[in-house]
Design a protein around this ligand. Structure first.
Ligand SMILES: Nc1ncnc2c1ncn2[C@@H]1O[C@H](COP(=O)(O)OP(=O)(O)OP(=O)(O)O)[C@@H](O)[C@H]1O
Ligand SMILES: [Mg+2]
Ligand SMILES: [Mg+2]
Length: 480
């Protein structure tokens, strides 16, 4: 299936927190972010003897939505199992998960490969399990003087999604995760903004060698970095004639490297057995009744046909649910293609730079700005400046001025080129060296002069008009 000529093999195991109101096996609220440690716990989720779990129906429904969206086959009967291990994040001494009878098997998620072509990534299986508690190592992993445990997370519903080893590069893995995240958010079952909502074990090998599993990576960028590091490490071992060992490694986010996790703990026999306190799930009929919302690919295609967007813009704008929603609201207030350009090419970069979510952008203000630029009332350069001021105001908690009012008040409207003749003369007089350089054949001197004019006119001059004007003056005038 792969058209890429590469010897890198990658498969992912992804744990996603479902955003149900209550935990997987008890009624404790999952909304603990604002609250202190160990405040959302009960005998079930901290595993007191005799406590009985009950399956959260909503969590099963959410998992089934995922199964349906990723085209998996739901098993006629799936079974919870106990995975036994001894660690302080798990007071019961076992995790309730699924083992040889998962919820669903054999699915597909389509992504773009490194050449931009559609590629199907096979999903091996998905299953439901409970999140363990959270360990807080005081002083950092490895150097901690002591460790605290917070059981608020204990019992949060997770789905584990396992892929076949169909990914061929770290970038492809990242794109897979982005697409998966978008799909889960469109399904309304997952909040990607929530810290730790998605955790990845990345398996990687070089064709013909053993595979390595990098455990518990908590960011998308981290997955890409860890895999890139592993490719270099494994290839250099192979080049030197050494063997890649089959092992589990940890990713050190700060240093961008992976290190061997040589504890025998990872070799434990988990002694899986069916969970005696829960009946098997028979939910095959239920899945047919589940109605799915529009998913990212469908929305992408609709953006192209409904708004006339390019494939690239449609992909970018539908790659994130909040962005897609913002764009659709904007397209009702501004010319859709121009709105797409401003959103995908400009706004996104400015938001990333400020680490701001798109949901904080005041829609009417941005629409007003797009319309100003579209009508040619300001130069693109002024429009970007106004956008930056707008975002900075939002970031600082001030209420921003409406761009059209601001442009008028600050007199930033696009000027007529003739109005800037005096500025051009001024710049030419003040920059003899650049003028001489230009005349001596250094074309870049013209850009410098243009830059000076733009600065003095605060970006109001249109470079397309000013450039020929400067050129005309300095090619005809005598040297001073
Ligand atoms: N040769 C390979 N190179 C890279 N990845 C591989 C290779 N073979 C399998 N994988 C990937 O490794 C993962 C296997 O995960 P799985 O959970 O089945 O087994 P495991 O890692 O041994 O067990 P555990 O659940 O304890 O992590 C899958 O994502 C699969 O795609
Ligand atoms: Mg696994
Ligand atoms: Mg594994």
């Amino acid at each position: 299936m792969s058209t890429q000529h590469t010897d890198v093999i990658i498969g992912l195991e992804i744990h996603c927190q479902l955003n149900t109101q209550t935990k997987l096996f008890c009624g404790c609220s999952t909304d603990y972010k604002e609250d202190g440690p160990n405040t959302h716990v009960c005998p079930v989720c901290i595993g007191l003897p005799g406590a009985m779990p009950m399956v959260n129906k909503k969590a099963v429904e959410y998992a089934l939505r995922v199964a349906k969206a990723l085209n998996l086959e739901v098993l006629e009967e799936s079974e919870f199992a106990r995975k036994n291990y001894f660690y302080p994040d798990l007071p019961k001494g076992y995790q309730i998960t699924m083992y040889d009878r998962p919820l669903a098997e054999r699915g597909i998620l389509e992504i773009e490969d490194d050449e931009g072509k559609e590629k199907k990534i096979r999903i091996t299986r998905i299953h439901l399990e409970e999140d363990p508690g959270k360990l807080v190592h005081m002083g950092g992993v490895g150097r901690a003087r002591y460790t605290l445990v917070d059981y608020n997370r204990s019992g949060i519903p997770l789905i584990e999604i396992v892929t076949e080893p169909d990914l061929r590069s770290p970038k492809e893995a990242r794109r897979f995760l982005n697409k998966l995240r978008a799909t889960l958010e469109y399904l309304g079952i997952f909040d990607g903004e929530r810290e730790g909502a998605l955790r990845v074990d990345a398996n990687i090998s070089i064709k013909g060698s053993e595979r390595v599993e990098v455990k518990n990576i908590t960011s998308y960028k981290g997955v890409e970095k860890a895999l890139t590091f592993e490719i270099t490490r494994q290839k250099s071992l192979i080049r030197r004639g050494a063997q890649v060992e089959r092992e589990t490694r940890h990713f050190q986010e700060g240093r961008g490297i992976t290190t061997s996790a040589r504890s025998k703990e990872t070799e434990t026999d988990y002694r899986y057995f069916p969970e005696p306190d829960l009946r098997p799930l028979r939910v095959q009929d239920w899945v047919a009744k589940i109605a799915l919302p529009e998913l990212p690919d469908a929305r992408r295609d609709r953006f192209m046909s409904q708004y006339g967007l390019s494939l690239n813009h449609a992909r970018t704008l539908t790659g994130d649910l909040r962005l897609a929603e913002f764009y659709e609201a904007l397209a009702a207030k501004a010319e859709p293609v121009l709105a797409a350009t401003w959103t995908a090419d400009t706004l996104q970069g400015e938001l990333n730079y400020r680490d701001m979510p798109v949901t904080t952008v005041p829609l009417d203000h941005f629409a007003d700005l797009v319309n100003l630029a579209g009508a040619g009332e300001v130069t693109d350069r002024v429009a970007v400046d106004v956008l930056r001021k707008l975002l900075d105001a939002v970031l600082e908690g001030r209420s921003p001025a409406m761009p059209s009012a601001y442009v008028q008040e600050q007199n930033l409207g696009k000027g007529d080129a003739s109005a800037f003749a005096a500025v051009v003369d001024e710049v030419i007089a003040e920059n003899e060296q650049a003028v001489a350089d230009y005349r001596a054949g250094k074309a870049s001197a013209l850009n410098f002069l243009l830059g000076q004019v733009m600065k003095k006119t605060r970006g109001k001059a249109d470079p397309r008009e000013i450039t020929p004007m400067i050129a005309a003056r300095i090619s005809t005038e005598e040297g001073s």
